[in-house]
Design a protein around this ligand. Structure first.
Ligand code: SAM
Length: 305
């Protein structure tokens, strides 16, 4: 049950897509003063050392964040994402990579609330410790009073189950990130069940689901099924970095499916995704797709590559 550790994959091309989109979703929420909740149903450890034995084993970051690190022509939304990572590596050497909770902690404001679920005992402990250090560091710099237990809550619990108790959030503003391992094919069903329940309780929330495009049937149908959720609107963006190999095992394509996306997201992605394909693409099979729809009936969204 607990075989997945995100440390092996930190900073890969899928993390680039996920975290860059996440930061833009949070920045959109920041445009209004009213506080919001950021709920991470599968939070991971929060911070990853790229020189750890786990990260260097397959060095997936070398084909993810690394090609973006030294670029001086980044489109503004990607530059904002890379800046978050540069700020956590003040020596200039790319040593640490942020998980989704860290990205949220940096971008969300003092009045916002972070609710983080992580089931793996070791990663839940690391997440807790990482947030303890982050808060101490911020408090020492006078940036933020220690708000543990109020601003940030780490739950060692099942995020699929825990989400519903947090909806609707007090301020009626929330972004939910759902990023399970999908090693167990039941995760696809659990995401659908969770979203159906969440949309009943809080139809106005924004829900961002990361998913891998793998050979298994559950993965191939997944985005199509999410398009039929009872939601006002959706957006689906995928990034493919290479032609699928014959073994079908390596992760070459991942997607972010956003329920109730901000209207600014699609035009921004139209500008940024061709750049990501150019810089992260490894062969002629590299491409992106971007489509959107309204209500349960898809309006023509047209895939682009
Ligand atoms: N969201 C993280 C990020 O972007 O940095 C990465 C998360 S990783 C893909 C998935 C995490 O979900 C793993 O750390 C795993 O231990 C955890 N996990 C698996 N099943 C879970 C569940 N039912 N509830 C909460 N966490 C779970």
């Amino acid at each position: 049950m607990f075989s997945y550790r995100h440390a092996f994959h930190a900073g890969n091309h899928a993390d680039v897509l996920k975290h860059f989109v996440l930061i833009q979703l949070l920045k959109y929420l920041n445009q209004k003063d009213v506080a919001y909740s950021y709920i991470d149903t599968h939070a991971g450890a929060g911070v990853y050392a790229l020189d750890s034995a786990q990260a260097t084993k397959t060095a997936e970051f070398e084909t993810g964040i690394a090609p973006l690190w030294e670029r001086d022509d980044l489109p503004a939304p990607l530059a904002e994402y890379v800046q978050v990572i540069k700020d956590m590596n003040p020596s200039g050497k790319m040593r640490y990579y942020p998980g989704s909770p860290y990205c949220a902690d940096i971008v969300a404001r003092e009045q916002d609330r972070l609710r983080l679920f992580e089931l793996h005992p070791a990663d839940a402990k690391l997440l807790d410790e990482n947030f303890r250090k982050l808060e101490q560091h911020a408090a020492a710099q006078g940036k933020r009073p220690a708000t543990r237990g109020k601003r940030v809550i780490v739950n060692r619990a099942d995020g699929f189950v825990g989400l519903k108790a947090l909806l609707p959030p007090p301020s009626r503003r929330a972004l939910v990130l759902c990023d399970p391992p999908y090693e167990d094919k039941q995760d696809y069903r659990k995401v659908m069940d969770m979203l159906n329940e969440a949309l009943k309780r809080f139809p106005g929330g924004t829900y961002a689901v990361w998913y891998p495009l793998l050979q298994r049937i559950e993965a191939r149908n997944f985005a199509e099924r999410m398009k039929h959720l009872p939601a006002a609107s959706w957006l689906n963006v995928t990034l493919c970095v290479s032609t699928p190999g014959p073994d079908g095992i390596a992760l070459h394509t991942s997607g972010m499916f956003i329920v109730n996306p901000p209207y600014t997201l699609e035009p921004m992605l139209k500008q940024v995704m061709p750049y990501l394909v150019k810089v992260l693409g490894r062969d002629a099979g590299a491409k992106f797709t971007l489509e959107s729809g309204e209500a349960a009936t898809a309006r023509k969204g047209g895939a682009r590559s």
